[in-house]
Design a protein around this ligand. Sequence first.
Ligand SMILES: Cc1ncc(COP(=O)(O)O)c(C=O)c1O
Length: 477
Amino acid sequence: MSQKEYPYAERFGVNRQLPEHGRPRAEITAELNEMAREEDGFWQTGQCSGTMYCGDMEHYAFMTEAFGLYSHVNVLQRDICPSATRFEGEIIAMTLDMLHGDAARVSAGPLTRAGKAAAGGTPCGTVTSGGTESILSAILAYREWAREERGIDRPQMILPETAHAAFEKGAHLFGVEVVPAPIDPVTTQVDLDFVRRAIGPRTAFLVGSACNYGYGTVDPIAGLSELALASGIGLHVDGCLGGFILPWGEALGYDIPVFDFRLPGVTSISADTHKYGYGPKGSSVLCFRSRDLREKLYFLRQHWSGGKYFSPGLAGSRSGGILAATWASMVSLGREGYLRYARAIFATAAAMQEAVRSHSELRILGQPSFCFSFLSDVFDIYHLNDALRTRGWRLNGQQHPNAVHMCVTRPQTKPGVTEAFREDLAHAVAYAKAPTREKPFTGAIYGGLPRDQPEIEAMVRQVMVGLLDAHQDVPAE
Ligand SMILES: Cc1ncc(COP(=O)(O)O)c(C=O)c1O
């Protein structure tokens, strides 16, 4: 990456070493403000899919205040921050309540402990740094359960093709084998018959999404729950994206299938407070049906020379600021606030889908709600994406098949955004039918990578590595 491309190099220079003398705080905050305000302007138009879930600057300022009071606190040291226990316990309790954790008290679930009766009746959770850490933690817990209680050396998970990439990351890190499960191309839900047949002696757990990132559709969790119960294995429901909004959709009367602890086979659910929980970036909740499973994540060193060490999960030191701000976000909104936000988001998503359906050239995949994906059987959808880009929209690109998705968040619920979407979509459809470029610009970046061409795959890999390097390195002088 050249000095010119390196962000803000020309305006603010590049720090290749610590400045000899500290700079004045006012100068630094002015610089930070300038960059932040410009970058916020990008999504504040309401044209950016996902990622900015709340979008309310007053809410952000309120969370920043809560964060500031505890940012310097390490929550591992509970003797000096008892408040962290209050924040963490209540974040988990409120999340469990939303996901019907009480049902777990009645029904123990499919997991058994070697030599003991079925454990359960103790819904619980842990707060992590985000969806990926929640998923990694769930995989680790099931691996340990499978090894310790079942003696399975190399456990397997049955993973729908639409499940988030974090599952494969966890499988890679923790030596768990993935059995990929195909989806129905029309509903985009996992093929239950395949899952039933794929369950074997090494299966530790099943995965279902509520909802998946790509299509915003919910897997047949009730069916997966039955399979998990019948086989005595776990079922993780990935509610990282939907966990904090689908329950409110159900309460509002939308057709949202049950996906939580009311289903007796569901043994864990991830739900991200930093998405539709409207908390600060860096928090998620991993809920368990039973304490036995959560305990598999605990790391204890009784004889460490540094003293007795015990941590609840993957992280070591954690900032109290994240817990405080997440808690503050949840209690400041309350059920009424979450419902109010969800009402506007579901209505906006329905209106946007209506706009998509008004074009016979476009097809929405499955039966989504707040997040939806569409493709075209008539033209390359990335031509349409190119045209939307030039009008300021940032949808997310998908492949296998090529499609684009819109994950509706609060910034889209502002007046005028749906109308602009309708108008710009019509323009983009017209463009895609008679594009001025042969190959769409955005298609080269996000579009379908051929599966059977290793040279192209290697080239794309190189580009991806180059991007990650560039995101972390200052340019050479
Ligand atoms: C369904 C789903 N699961 C997991 C994740 C991973 O979450 P994170 O990016 O917070 O690690 C995402 C992120 O968008 C998601 O949509």
